[in-house]
Write a protein that binds this ligand. Structure first.
Ligand code: PMP
Length: 314
């Protein structure tokens, strides 16, 4: 998230404000204890000129679910926030963009359980690149199994996209990067695969697409769900099942999915080449299909929120 320069406006608590004015107090509760709920959403410029905010309603649903799990009542309706996302994209003349809604607690309480804390919502956006499948899938992604675990089922609600969970992601990513890898893959306390830092994990073995189940400690990603749907449409059997590290190393294909990563082929893990070391045929086919839906306007029941932009930056 470093291309911040072209974006001028942020939506904060119902108002569009200049980037510089969208600030919080240093005593804001969420800053101290990591309880803020957020989403990462992509908008794409389609070849027909429309802008597609991918699965916007589903992202806002997940934001409300995250808040509910943390006993936080968002002071806006879902429809308010859907409209606000479109409004801030339009106001910034974004087409290929990234949208970051965040719900956070104000400075009224220093108690960890935040009694009486005010609830705020901001929606920031960034310029972001084209659909990755259009440019080229990032190949040669080298991953490392992290020494950090993705939680224990009883230690949090992992379906919530809450800032506090990302302390582990931060440590895992730094560890991987220090050792020259692109990304970290996290096991759970039993040594089973969960996901990468901020992407879900898939393997292909003998033509079957497998992924850790959504009843494990993963964040059940919206891209993950979409990929499972389009895999079935392409005739690829899909299984949610426990996967060990050895099965991943021996897989025919491994890839990661997420709003930011889309579909990202993994070609090497823990210094072992995955199959030929090239993105595999199922990874490639799924990536093309994703591109057809988000960029080329191919009709699909799991579609995004479409609108005709009044003006875009490029
Ligand atoms: N897992 C984690 C921990 C994440 O942060 C993300 C990104 N939101 C994902 C998986 C992928 O989810 P999605 O496809 O909804 O972006």
């Amino acid at each position: 998230m470093h291309h911040l320069s072209k974006v001028k406006w942020i939506w904060q608590d119902g108002n569009i404000v200049p980037w510089e004015d969208a600030t919080v107090h240093v005593m804001t509760h969420s800053l101290h204890y990591g309880v803020s709920l957020f989403e990462g959403i992509r908008s794409y410029r389609r070849t027909d000129g429309f802008v597609d905010i991918f699965r916007l309603n589903d992202h806002i649903d997940r934001l409300f679910n995250s808040a509910a799990l943390f006993h936080i009542k968002i002071p806006f309706s879902k429809q308010n926030l859907v409209n606000a996302c479109v409004q801030v994209v339009e106001k910034n003349h974004l087409a290929n963009g990234y949208i970051r809604p965040i719900v956070y607690l104000g400075p009224e309480s220093m108690a960890v359980s935040a009694p009486g804390a005010s609830v705020h919502v901001a929606i920031a956006t960034f310029e972001w690149g084209e659909c990755l499948a259009t440019v080229s899938m990032r190949p040669n992604r080298r991953c490392k199994t992290s020494t950090f675990f993705r939680g224990n089922a009883g230690s949090s609600f992992f379906r919530a996209k809450v800032a506090g969970h990302y302390t582990t992601a931060y440590l895992a990513k730094h560890e991987a990067a220090r050792q020259g890898y692109d990304e970290a893959i996290l096991l759970d306390g039993n040594g089973l695969l969960t996901e990468a830092n901020s992407e879900n994990l898939f393997i292909v073995f003998k033509g079957v697409l497998k992924t850790p189940p959504d009843w494990s400690t993963i964040l059940p990603g919206l891209t993950r769900e979409f990929i499972m749907t389009i895999a079935e449409e392409l005739g690829v059997p899909v299984q949610e099942c426990s996967i060990g590290r050895d099965a991943m190393l021996l897989a025919d294909e491994v890839f990661l999915t997420g709003t930011y990563a889309e579909i990202s082929p993994v070609t090497e893990i823990d210094d072992v080449c995955i199959n030929s070391g090239e993105p595999g045929p199922i990874t490639t086919a799924l990536s093309q299909k994703l591109r057809e839906v988000v960029c080329l306007g191919s009709k699909h029941p799991v579609h995004g929120h479409l609108f005709a932009p009044t003006q875009v930056n490029k």
